[in-house]
Design a protein around this ligand. Sequence first.
Ligand SMILES: [Zn+2]
Length: 336
Amino acid sequence: MERYSRQILFQPIGEQGQAELQNKHVLIVGAGALGCGNAEVLTRAGVGRITIIDRDYVDWSNLQRQQLYTEKDAAEGMPKAIAAQERLRSINSDVEIKGYVMDLNAEQLEKFCSGGIDVIIDSTDNFETRLLINDASQKYSIPWVFGSCTGSYGLSMAIIPGKTPCFRCLLPKLPAYSLTCDTVGVIGPAITMTISYQTAEALKLLTGNEKAVRHSLVIFDVWNNDHMFLRTGKMKNEACPSCGDMRAYPALYEEGQKAAVLCGRDTVQLRQSHAFDFEELKQHMERINQPIQMNPYLAITQLEEHRVVLFRDGRVLVHGTKDSVKARSLYQKYFG
Ligand SMILES: [Zn+2]
């Protein structure tokens, strides 16, 4: 226990909190900047199990702030879920860590939740996935910790089914600028601040300190020196379709995951109904005389002025466009 001695000395956690922590399973959705930081803090703290899900791969522009990744990961185009898994395992081999390369949908999320998750950490970059997490959280009664970060500002709050308003209830109160997909860049200190708020609430929930959870939405801007706490006690909407009396869980059953244009990324995601056979793909690319670079998880090629990435599970990312019709026709031109 030498490893966790400083955390055990911290009175609200103590031996008992540490023991509880080691029996908990955390699901982290997203392995970008927030996912990396949340995962590292919780791995070092000694959570029992961490499952981390991400749909993307490591790119050079990620290295400025995504603390688990190295230049080697970017050069090899490693999927973030795998690169994060490897790095986290080397940080703390006590923790059972599993990364999944997937674009989370309702069915998969329900499978994870029904398998026994204690806390979900939101590290996504889009509201569609947050609404999905929110509905699953309510349906399976699992608390989750919302976190969002853009530019120099961030937001965070722990959402506990039956005790706090849900995320859908809060939506009308969120600042409009946090809802857009505009690319305004982001700086490291805003991210680490968001991660601190998220992991503090997660540690409270995981060590039997739910009473210490903050019942307000924190909104801050580390550049313009604003920091405020919005009380959320009265924000619950009794008619909310996610947490109200007549629940329908619309994100799980109706809204679907069809948005193909990735938020602020100049990238379109296409889905093929079949998984890719990489051996076949390699032969095809040789026949049409196009270069391709592969690792066990994904294949990267350059088609005209677009970088195109094909994942084993049948997803395709077409970079350099926001036009889904153009992306689909480019794909069809080369792959039929
Ligand atoms: Zn609600």
